[in-house]
Design a protein around this ligand. Structure first.
Ligand SMILES: Cc1cc2nc3c(=O)[nH]c(=O)nc-3n(C[C@H](O)[C@H](O)[C@H](O)COP(=O)(O)OP(=O)(O)OC[C@H]3O[C@@H](n4cnc5c(N)ncnc54)[C@H](O)[C@@H]3O)c2cc1C
Length: 411
């Protein structure tokens, strides 16, 4: 649900306001905050399992390729994978709650978790009317995001590993309006303006706008303090976007919100006895450069469900097994997202990168089972993330060998 709505992720405050932890479908959208998410194979498989794939996918915009915008305004597409391999762009707010259709499910919004007991499993919530409510649960599934209140109790346990890393970049979002009721740029692409140490991307929305996200070191954001400096900066690095966003809107919207921080969180184990388990960003917040955060969270549910089936829903066996299986994969996607943070803003500019992509795709065509490009493994398959990384390193060696021996023979 984050971070497009007015919800308070900070459990410290002793108050819960009406908008805090509210029903996402009724929450107010904050202009300049992200509302779209790329949904790919892993997320779709989880949705399929709960009978929601078609409903959700029908509301998505398919994206086939990256579109690289160079400084001189030329645009060159880099397809993601084979024909038919698409990522779907979803609106965060447009998703119905299928859980609501089950008579055994009760959704409580505007309940802020204050604390819970690792001994009894009792949870204390603060309601919007100021009253506290205690709830006892057989199993607590902590899906309360990167700054998880549930995870706080894990930090007090011996042998719980935890790390969090803020990257030096922040992000800021701008809106590119439609032109004559149509998208201002080609809609079925992830548009990228890679500029080495920073970049901008643009993703289409159902209302024919694009959300443009500028990722840049905080220091650089601090150097741009006036409307004229914004225009000067865009003139230098993203000149083609000025007429599309509009100079006045750019000057205004750039300062609407401060740049937002991005954090990567790793921890282990994901469970605490047979009482509590972490999923989604609470277990593994990743930087957004692989478009996998939500997908990995959805896959957590799928893996958990598979293990529940295998182990006859015995929580004392399921929870440790879920940790064993899932931790290496989530840690791998956290690392890959960090890797893509450099690839997207810098490598896509290089001829060597494009050549490597070409060799990978050619090898994949010749040996589709043996060589699979990393992006394809991550985005369009359910190959475990950590296995995808292993295969990638192995494939890298094979490619290296082929390229170098061809060059040698050519000489
Ligand atoms: C700029 C950006 C772009 C992204 N793009 C993509 C993308 O394209 N594709 C993709 O797969 N992922 C993307 N992500 C990642 C994705 O947004 C997250 O991985 C996903 O939202 C995590 O879902 P979650 O349910 O685990 O946590 P959250 O979405 O953070 O939800 C946590 C929920 O817990 C509630 N909560 C928190 N504390 C408490 C408390 N004390 N009591 C009660 N409730 C509480 C919050 O209100 C919230 O509703 C992006 C992230 C960012 C920042």
């Amino acid at each position: 649900t984050r971070p497009g709505i007015t919800m308070n992720d900070c459990p410290e405050s002793a108050q819960v306001h009406r908008a805090d932890f509210a029903d996402i479908r009724e929450a107010k959208i904050v202009k300049g905050r992200s509302i779209n998410l790329a949904l790919s194979h892993r997320g779709r498989q989880a949705l399929k399992q709960v009978g929601m794939e078609d409903t959700i996918v029908s509301k998505g915009i398919p994206m086939h390729s990256r579109m690289i915008h160079s400084l001189n305004g030329t645009q060159s597409p880099i397809p993601y994978g084979k024909k038919g391999q698409v990522t779907l762009l979803m609106q965060r707010l447009d998703t119905p709650h299928s859980a609501e259709t089950y008579s055994t499910t009760k959704l409580n919004f505007a309940h802020k978790l204050l604390n819970w007991s690792t001994e009894t499993g009792a949870m204390t919530f603060l309601r919007a009317d100021g009253a506290k409510e205690e709830i006892q649960a057989d199993l607590i599934v902590g899906c309360d995001g990167a700054f998880s209140a549930i995870r706080k109790q894990f930090l007090r346990q011996s042998r719980f590993n935890f790390s969090q890393t803020y990257i030096p970049h922040g992000y800021l979002e701008l809106t590119m309006p439609p032109i004559n009721g149509e998208f201002a740029m080609k809609p079925n692409y992830l548009h990228i303006w890679p500029r080495n140490t920073f970049m901008m991307i643009a993703l289409p929305n159902l209302d024919k706008t694009f959300t443009c996200t500028l990722f840049m070191p905080f220091d650089e954001f601090e150097n741009v303090t006036t409307g004229d400096q914004v225009i000067e900066f865009f003139q230098k690095y993203f000149p083609d976007t000025i007429p599309l966003i509009g100079a006045d809107a750019l000057k205004r919207d750039y300062f609407r919100l401060p740049a937002q921080a991005m954090v990567s969180v790793k921890c282990s184990p994901y469970h605490l006895s047979d009482k509590c388990v972490l999923m989604g960003d609470a277990a593994h917040a990743v930087v957004p450069f692989y478009g996998q955060g939500m997908n990995a969270g959805f896959e957590d549910c799928l893996v958990f469900n598979e293990i529940m089936d295998q182990l006859n829903e015995d929580f004392s066996a399921v929870l440790p097994e879920y940790t064993r299986v899932r931790v290496p994969d989530d840690h791998a996607i956290a690392d890959l997202a960090m890797y893509n943070y450099v690839e997207m803003r810098s490598h896509v500019n290089s001829k060597w990168f494009l050549f490597r992509k070409y060799v990978d795709n050619t090898l994949h065509m010749i040996m589709p089972r043996t060589v699979i490009p990393l992006y394809t493994m991550v985005t369009f398959t359910r190959i475990r993330y950590h296995e995808a990384v292993k295969r990638w390193h192995w494939q890298d060696k094979v490619r290296h060998y082929i390229v170098h021996s061809s060059l040698y023979k050519g000489l």
